[in-house]
Design a protein around this ligand. Structure first.
Ligand code: GLN
Length: 487
């Protein structure tokens, strides 16, 4: 079936003329119609727009154009602004908001000829680990629909896993690309902070947010990153460094590659099958020529509190703009009943934000307030420096680290919604990397009771080519990524 193709396989077919983008896009729209009532990966599908761009791509190809993603249908997480397509961040606050511009990553995908199928579900403003914080509905895991797809980019991961798009974009502030990639058995890459423009992403925690690709395999992530990466004058934190040829650098051996195995990422109450699968993967890497290096990253356990303090502090500042005047909805009844502007704003915020977003805003405001700033926010920033040092030291001895993505496989819908600590603890292996600001990819490395297990390959700053290559070599030597859920 055409909708099952990887991006690289589809490009071969589009190039040799045995498939048109129109046929491919129609096949995906049909797939969405057939499966998305069950999976609920999409908040909205732009069928008409997608078919129009597909025809345009076919026309461009017939005229000899060779843009790298010409005619490839993709999905975008709904925190990424799309000109002319509603962008809500899965929040009631932004219902009806249609951005007048494209995020830089979207503009780049379009220039490379990609076809945009629609916008995918997420936890509200990307705050969460399961998509259960979406104001609209929860997405279901294609491997077991009673389970969560992970989050916050759960819609993107589920859409890729269910063959409802060829690839997708997500964002990762504390693990939101890698954790859902792990739960849904696909590949997902969080780039180094500054590698990809943040212009046009709705901000959650500005010192941590990065957009990145989710794909059916490592090659597809390399192809998508190639298009997304690079300097953007509209984002002052994007870095002006040349973008290497990620795809061209992929090769199947790991001779001479030093892979670090930090002991803090293993044991400690994690699901035994997850640990076993990652340890098996390490042996595969060794057989491919890699050298394994045991090491310690002693500050790992402090990543979780530091992350939730820093990200919530930044969120409370970023979300202050949703005041019922400058950004987002203003509720009519809030207007009618309110005595003054303060009450209008607070009533609007009360109605517009969901519980988790309110929790983060309160936590963030508290840790930034006079008297608590030094004890919490400043302390968390100091811990962040120590965590970064852990990573720097590890990368001075190794080229990459291999660790599990999550301590368990996908949990059941509803299982953790009333226990936020349990929910947050699921992010324990992904958050540190965001605090350090470097790059990581999660790929499939096995199954436990039919549920995918993810492992991460983590790299130093701007070492995307290295982690893609380690992940690719492992993937070529195994067959996990070829398995698909039955739907
Ligand atoms: N699950 C984490 C959180 O809730 C990470 C979210 C993200 O990366 N956007 O903050």
């Amino acid at each position: 079936m055409d909708f099952q193709l990887t991006i690289h396989a589809a490009l071969d077919r589009l190039r040799d003329g045995s498939l048109s983008s129109r046929q491919l896009t129609e096949s995906l729209l049909q797939r969405i119609a057939d499966t998305d009532d069950t999976i609920k990966a999409y908040l909205r599908v732009d069928g008409e727009g997608a078919l129009r761009s597909a025809e345009e791509a076919d026309r461009r190809r017939s005229q000899g154009e060779k843009a790298p993603l010409l005619g490839i249908p993709l999905a975008l997480k709904d925190v990424i602004c799309t000109k002319g397509i509603e962008t809500t961040c899965a929040s009631r606050f932004l219902q009806g908001f249609t951005p007048p511009y494209d995020a830089t990553v979207v503009a780049r995908l379009k220039e490379s000829g990609a076809v945009i199928l629609g916008k995918t579900n997420t936890d509200e403003f990307a705050m969460g680990s399961s998509t259960e914080n979406s104001s609209y509905f929860t997405t279901h895991n294609p491997w077991d629909v009673t389970r969560v797809p992970g989050g916050s980019s759960g819609g993107s991961a589920a859409a890729v896993a269910a063959d409802e798009c060829l690839g997708a974009l997500g964002t990762d502030t504390g693990g939101s690309i890698r954790q859902p990639a792990a739960f849904c058995g696909v590949a997902g890459l969080k780039p180094t902070y500054g590698r990809v423009s943040r212009y046009g992403l709705v901000a959650f925690a500005s010192s941590l947010d990065q957009a990145g690709p989710l794909g059916k395999d490592v090659t597809d992530c390399a192809l998508l990153l190639q298009t997304m990466a690079g300097y953007d004058p509209c984002d002052s934190t994007s870095v002006d460094l040349p973008v290497p040829d990620y795809y061209g650098a992929l090769q199947p051996r790991l001779d001479g590659v030093r892979i670090g195995v930090p002991r803090e990422y293993f044991g400690n109450g994690m699901q035994p099958e997850v640990e076993a699968a990652v340890r098996d993967a390490l042996q595969v890497c060794r057989e491919l020529g890699a050298e394994l290096v045991d090491l310690s990253m002693p500050y790992t356990e402090y990543a979780l509190p530091a992350y939730y303090i820093i990200s919530s502090a930044e969120a409370s500042a970023n979300l202050a703009r949703f005041d019922g005047v400058r950004y987002g909805a203003r509720y009519d009844d809030a207007m009618r009943e309110a005595a003054d502007i303060i009450e209008t704003t607070s009533k609007t915020r009360q109605q517009g934000f969901g519980d988790e977003v309110k929790r983060r805003i309160m936590l963030g405001t508290y840790t930034l307030s006079a008297g608590y700033y030094d004890a919490y926010y400043l302390k968390a920033q100091q811990v962040r420096t120590l965590i970064k040092r852990d990573f720097d030291q590890a990368f001075s001895r190794c080229d990459a680290l291999i660790v599990p993505t999550t301590p368990t496989t996908a949990f059941r819908i509803g299982e953790r919604v009333h226990d936020m600590l349990q929910m947050y603890l699921g992010d324990i292996f992904t958050l540190g990397l965001n605090l350090a600001g470097t790059c990581g990819i999660s790929i499939l490395c096995g199954f436990a009771d039919g549920l995918p297990i993810g492992m991460q390959v983590l790299g130093g700053a701007f070492e995307e080519a290295t982690i893609l290559n380690v992940a690719y070599a492992y993937e070529q030597a195994t067959a996990w990524h070829l398995q698909t859920p039955e739907l």
